[in-house]
Design a protein around this ligand. Sequence first.
Ligand code: ATP
Length: 278
Amino acid sequence: MSEPDTSPKVQTTIETGDEEPRDAPLNTKETIIETRDLDVYYGEEQALDDVSMEIYEHDVTALIGPSGCGKSTFLRCINRMNDLIDSCRVEGDVEFGGKNVYDDDVDPVALRRKIGIVFQKPNPFPKSVRENVGYGLKIQGYEGDVDERVEESLKSAALWDEVKDQLDSSGLDLSGGQQQRLCIARAIAPDPEVILMDEPTSALDPVAASKIEDLIDDLAEQYTVIIVTHNMQQAARISDRTAVFLTGGDLVEYDETQKIFENPEHQRVEDYITGKFG
Ligand SMILES: Nc1ncnc2c1ncn2[C@@H]1O[C@H](COP(=O)(O)OP(=O)(O)OP(=O)(O)O)[C@@H](O)[C@H]1O
């Protein structure tokens, strides 16, 4: 696997029409998450094999690879969502801000406020728009003004203008794309540092998906975004770095997105990207 290179920030455009490079040069970014020798098993089956990788603050990092190669497993290790799967066993380190998230003194619920997650299928609670965003804050005993935070979160999720007059209507009455942005607002509300996204646009129509892509670009100004996607054009359009996992839970290559898509080091990665398999 290659180390992140120190060349000046390059534009991450690959046949996408995206014309604006991100502001910060990649080589000035700090590590926010680091995995070391990460192995994950479900019972006897190994899903991730010795994955060591650094994720950088304010990057959009795309995880790509064929079905079953361990992308979602990797994502779920970062905020310990895998704790909820009985057969799952994690070995190795996952550091967030220099602290192993699997240490005994880490509270996974508090961790998930700092590292939020958005799933493939929008999953709002059967509650009002306002409660979808504010409910978690109330549970955690948020001391600020909940309504203000709800508004800020909905604005950050590019949903406020569409829902500001229906805050007390059910979140389930929104369109699929709006529901997904509502889930993003819910993840934003506790003021996370990282947002994990597991194929967040694959259940949406192209217009709704495109809105989420634009939003991800904006979110990276404030947060670090790690996204699993099956859509290679999407990875190319929206990410700064791309990690390619292949069969057996192997992280085969991880580099700046442009390098991965234009000049990968590994033949297997090139074959995957050019559609020869997967
Ligand atoms: N809850 C689970 N219980 C048992 N095995 C699981 C579980 N979740 C995933 N696995 C297995 O772990 C391996 C990696 O799965 P994972 O979902 O992480 O891959 P993926 O790359 O995200 O796949 P996809 O692109 O299809 O979503 C697969 O072999 C899968 O069958």
